[in-house]
Design a protein around this ligand. Structure first.
Ligand code: UGA
Length: 449
């Protein structure tokens, strides 16, 4: 898919968003130089060695390199030398008190300020507080460089697909010409484009992520209520989701919403609202409901093993924040593990995403947390466990040989924190299934299905 005009693009940051952006823009026919501060990573990427678990990304990186449309260099300034458009894709982690930490953005601006070619457009793709584009322009102090906000809506695990098949492109700037140049980069995708001012574009990103978090906190709360009332959350969300105004997606209950975006962005919008003197009560409740969810799942586990997990061996199926990634950042699974550990459980964990690649970072993170032993075989996680707990919805968990799992288990019960498994398949192997908000939530082997 080639665009009409090929732009010279610099992407600063080869993290998840930056690398996906760089590889996808190169696949659209642009000439992309990606600047990254980590020299070892640059070396690896030049060999198309991608350590992020993201379908299609290694292939796109390899294609871009082979076609000469994609290159990696060390540092930000080196990447921007002749760029017409410069994307900032550096992390904006949760800082003090929940505000977005803009240290990396500011460091890049300082580095590139005097190197940006006259007439280029600086695009912020990172999620930043409303007003950052204005601040960026002031920090930059360059009348000949326009600043644009172009938030990303990529989900981990489907980032390439999301980039190349967007629901919409949002571009905001004071300069119409700069906004149009940025939207022209995506011309080949044929997506609806919202052209607006920078503050509104920045707000769209927070508004969307916080709305998604709200949907999930609502569903998780609803699941708890269903359990108390003997209703079935699966049927309830199906009935709700078929209303076009609601839609069927993002209605699966779970151990809480996590990852590198939703927790960070909900907190950041809370702080932005506070600073603006607005009491965002709904959002506060959304966050509070999520903060309770790990305890709720841990309570279910305790109940399943007879009241207390102290000294009890529990096997955890899934540790990443969702299936299809190898990302442990703000993982709800680790939050549940933390609560179980604090209550004295002896934890063993298994996650297929942590086997797929050589990932010292993930293993270091788990070792540092010191709350569980990681094993690389699903039967080892079941061995002598009083219960298994599903915390990430990996598809392969549905196809497990439950008879073999049953033989390995000490206690034949699975707490399904994602309502992911087939209770009947477990029942056939003599394993009791306990889900969230399900009419089978308390299903025992003797209860009718
Ligand atoms: C999220 C947004 O979905 C993207 O649109 C956005 O671009 C991205 O943040 C970002 O700001 O960069 P992501 O963090 O990759 O994407 O993950 P999601 O797929 O949104 O999942 C977030 C959390 O919600 C996960 O813990 C997931 O397991 C949970 N979830 C999701 C549920 O518990 N139930 C669901 O039905 C859906």
């Amino acid at each position: 898919m080639l665009t009409v005009h090929s732009y010279r693009v610099a992407v600063i940051g080869a993290g998840y968003v930056g690398l996906t952006t760089a590889a996808c823009l190169a696949s659209l026919g642009h000439r992309v130089t990606c600047g990254e501060v980590d020299a070892a990573k640059v070396e690896r990427l030049r060999r198309a060695d991608v350590r992020i678990l993201e379908p299609g990304l290694p292939e796109l990186v390899a294609e871009g390199l082979a076609a000469g449309r994609l290159d990696f260099v060390v540092g930000a300034a080196a990447a921007t030398a002749d760029a017409e458009v410069v994307f900032l894709c550096v992390p904006t982690p949760m800082g003090e008190g929940g505000t977005a930490d803009l240290t990396a953005v500011e460091a890049v601006l300082t580095e590139v300020r005097d190197h940006l070619p006259a007439g280029c457009v600086l695009v912020n793709k990172s999620t930043v507080p409303v007003g950052t584009a204005e601040r960026t322009a002031a920090l930059l102090g360059r009348d000949d460089v326009a600043v644009v906000s172009n938030p990303e809506f990529l989900r981990e695990g489907s980032g390439v697909r999301d980039f190349l098949n967007p629901d919409r492109i949002v571009v905001g700037s004071r300069s119409r010409a700069a906004a149009e140049r940025v939207s022209a980069l995506y011309a080949g995708l044929g997506a609806p484009t919202v052209l607006t001012d920078a503050a509104s574009a920045e707000m769209v990103k927070y508004a969307a992520n916080c709305f998604l978090a709200m949907k999930l906190s609502y569903v998780n709360s609803l699941a708890e209520l269903c359990e108390r009332l003997g209703a079935d959350i699966g049927d309830v969300t199906e009935g709700m989701g078929r209303d076009n105004r609601i839609g069927p997606s993002f209605l699966d209950p779970g151990p809480g919403w996590g990852g590198s975006c939703l927790p960070k962005d909900t907190n950041a919008l809370m702080r932005v609202a506070e600073a603006a003197g607005f009491d965002f009560g709904i959002l506060r409740s959304v966050i509070a409901a999520n903060d309770r969810q790990a305890d709720r799942v841990a309570d279910k586990v305790a109940e399943a093993v007879g009241g207390s997990v102290a000294g009890v061996r529990i096997g955890l199926l899934g540790l990443t924040f969702k299936a299809g990634t190898n990302d442990l950042r703000d993982s709800p699974a680790l939050a549940v593990a933390g609560v179980l550990h604090a209550r004295g459980a002896d934890l063993v964990g298994y996650d297929p995403g942590l086997l797929a690649l050589d990932q010292p970072e993930a293993h270091d993170l788990l070792a540092a947390a010191g709350i569980l032993t990681l094993v690389d075989d699903v039967l080892d996680v079941a061995k002598d466990a009083a219960a298994l707990v599903v915390l990430t919805e990996w598809p392969e968990f549905r196809g497990l040989d439950w008879h073999r799992v049953a033989d390995a288990l000490a206690g034949r019960v699975v707490v399904d924190g994602r309502n992911h498994l087939d209770p009947d398949a477990l029942a056939k192997a003599g394993i009791a299934w306990r889900g969230l908000g399900h009419r089978h939530a308390q299903q025992s082997l003797t209860a009718p299905a």
